[in-house]
Design a protein around this ligand. Structure first.
Ligand code: NAI
Length: 327
């Protein structure tokens, strides 16, 4: 369609957005026929707004044919007006000496306000992706704060974990990433997340069988994927941005355009699948088609995987418990 769609991006002057906005404007997310209007939200302070203006100047300088308009905002109730896609990237980072509960509380405030703003002014079909950490719990808060919007439209980003896991398996096998199918990452985008290769296949063969090295899986692969964010910070002096932006593009493009049967990982509100309490925003393997995702059901757990699911669920429940009284 040639009618432009409105895409809201928060934290628009931050480093993930700096790697993301150009790719949205060039058509990588919604396709080369879909014009876009960017509704960019940043904190109201002068420094953030000035940095946002700078990013918009650069976007202008790209002369993207699909970029029909851009707006700078500091108020979510204006930034989210009629938006069909909301990419919630900005969040409160952990400051020096900040306790986990303080961090959760600060983000609860942000995502309550943004959820209410979406509820009030966004398109009734808005597709929401929460990137800002703690992503699953922030998505849960935004969803709870937007009772008039469909619950299933609120998602959290686990795609970076999924992509990291895919690459580590591909490297180990010396094969292209594109040949690996049916990988799942369960649970929280955090250190307890569980990358599960038991169902993965490559050209019809079991990935687990090809690798045939459980010690590598448990002692090398799982910690490598879980600690990858910290390893990037250690190496680069800054947290993942290019890979995070790629994961945003992948998550949204697949949600909108479909996965043709491929599994991808999305954090989505549970409907009780696999015994996860309803509404917990949990990383599940999903397929997408016609603008909707479907959780892959009927997979079986062994003792190890059951234990990993319980651990990551416990982390999510404890995050929820820490902010419940604020909602
Ligand atoms: P950054 O600090 O470079 O940028 C964040 C931006 O958000 C800043 O410009 C800040 O002013 C803005 N911001 C903060 N609160 C805001 C609010 N209430 N409304 C609008 N804007 C607000 O951080 P970076 O590197 O861009 O990361 C963004 C977030 O994404 C972080 O929370 C990070 O932990 C998370 N992240 C999540 C990943 C995932 O896989 N789920 C991967 C990588 C990053």
């Amino acid at each position: 369609s040639t009618k432009p769609v409105r895409i809201a991006v928060t934290g628009a002057a931050g480093q993930v957005s700096y790697a993301l906005l150009y790719r949205i404007a060039s058509g990588e997310m919604l396709g080369k026929d879909q014009p876009v209007i960017l509704q960019l939200l940043e904190l109201p302070n002068e420094k953030a707004q000035a940095a946002l203006k700078g990013v918009m100047m650069e976007l202008e300088d790209c002369a993207f044919p699909l970029l029909y308009g851009m707006e700078a905002h500091s108020d979510p109730t204006i930034a989210f007006k009629d938006t069909e896609y909301a990419l919630l990237v900005g969040s409160r980072p952990r400051g020096p000496g900040m306790e986990r509960t303080e961090l959760l509380a600060a983000n609860a405030q942000i995502f309550t306000a943004q959820g209410k703003a979406l509820d009030a002014v966004a398109s009734r079909n808005v597709k929401v992706l929460v990137v800002g950490n703690p992503a699953n719990t922030n998505a849960w808060i935004a969803m709870q704060s937007a009772p008039s919007l469909p619950r299933e439209n609120f998602t959290a980003m686990l795609r970076l974990d999924h992509n990291r896991a895919l690459s580590q398996l591909a490297i180990r096998m010396g094969k292209p990433v594109s040949l690996i199918k049916y990988l799942a990452v369960w649970g929280n985008h955090g250190s307890t997340m569980y990358p599960d290769y038991r169902f993965a296949s490559m050209e019809g063969e079991s990935v687990k069988g090809i690798i045939n090295d459980d010690a590598w899986y448990k002692d090398v692969f799982l910690p490598t994927v879980a600690k990858r964010g910290a390893a990037i910070i250690e190496a680069r002096g800054q947290s993942s941005a290019g890979s995070a932006a790629t994961a945003v593009i992948d998550h949204m493009r697949d949600w909108v355009m479909g996965t043709q049967g491929r599994w991808v990982t999305m954090g989505v509100p549970s409907n009780g699948e696999y015994g996860i309490p309803k509404n917990v925003v949990f990383g599940y393997p999903v397929t997408c088609s016609g603008g909707k995702y479907t959780v892959v059901e009927g997979l079986e757990f062994d003792e190890f995987s059951q234990d990993r699911i319980e651990r990551t669920l416990a982390e999510l429940i404890s995050e929820q418990d820490a902010v419940k009284h604020l909602l």
